[in-house]
Design a protein. Structure first.
Length: 264
């Protein structure tokens, strides 16, 4: 079936984290119409229960696919993907690209064999992460830490604020202070918010630590799945939020080519 050239790619996150994925999508697919959806009323996901997250994600994506008829949905959020991806795929007919912790590339990069993983509290406890570890990091040590403060730091930074160095230090200590933590040479940023504070994390961890995240790989997957499709931007790209669409919120999204905002 032919895809409507104006049909958007919908990127979904709890907040601004998915913008780290949108930045990569723009590089590969500059002409693709995009809707960026942020469940700001549900932010943060990382401190919620699995049931709460699954219900929100499934409900919101259902409503948004009816309303915006996207050609593809990207769940640009590790927390939502590791919990709800399978469930959402069962009920929606739209192709769905998820975001999962980049353990595989990290395992290929580490020299010391010790990998750190920073995610939300909900992500680090998922069996999905256990499975990735068993599949791709055999013989390596994976040290996980749930760092909800980094979500707040990234949200603040995109609003023009300066992340509190104590929050960055807490996240780094959460990895380094675990047994074997001093050997970490590669860190998986397993939350789409965290690449937005990569600079601060790098400064705190040192230049010999490499950071890995999935944004570029996700963008490549989206480009692959939409190969051969025509793109025509019939309307300006917009952000959809679950709070009131206060006009100053648009400042968050406009550097990423989003020029309108509406409330779901
Ligand atoms: N950006 C999200 C992720 O990738 C979650 C942030 C949150 O809402 O806690 O996990």
């Amino acid at each position: 079936m032919d895809v409507d050239p104006a049909s958007p790619i919908l990127l979904f996150d709890s907040g601004v984290g998915g913008l780290s994925v949108l930045a990569e999508v723009r590089k590969l697919l500059p002409d693709a119409p995009v809707i960026y959806a942020a469940d700001l009323a549900g932010l943060p996901y990382g401190t919620k229960t699995e049931a709460e997250i699954a219900a929100r994600v499934a409900g919101l994506l259902g409503r948004m696919s009816e309303r915006y008829k996207p050609r593809l949905i990207c769940i640009a959020c590790n927390t939502a993907s590791t919990i709800a991806l399978g469930m959402v795929r069962e009920v929606l007919h739209t192709p769905i690209v998820g975001t999962v912790p980049a353990i595989k590339p990290a395992a290929a990069l580490t020299k010391t064999g010790t990998i750190g993983l920073l995610g939300t509290l909900a992500t680090v406890r998922q069996s999905y992460v256990d499975e990735l570890e068993a599949q791709f990091a055999q013989g390596k040590r994976l040290i996980r830490h749930g760092a909800p403060g980094l979500v707040r730091a990234a949200e603040l930074k995109l609003r023009g604020g300066t992340p509190d160095p104590a929050i960055i230090a807490e996240a780094v200590a959460g990895l380094r202070d675990q047994p074997g933590g001093e050997a970490i040479d590669t860190v998986v940023l397993a939350c789409t918010h965290f690449p937005l504070v990569e600079e601060e994390l790098r400064a705190a961890m040192g230049d010999d630590v490499q950071f890995v995240h999935g944004a570029a790989g996700i963008a490549r997957r989206i480009a692959y799945l939409t190969q051969g499709q025509e793109f025509r931007r019939a309307a300006p790209d917009k952000a959809v939020v679950t709070t009131a669409a206060a006009p100053d919120l648009l400042n968050l999204f406009s550097p990423y080519g989003i020029t309108e905002i509406e409330s779901l």
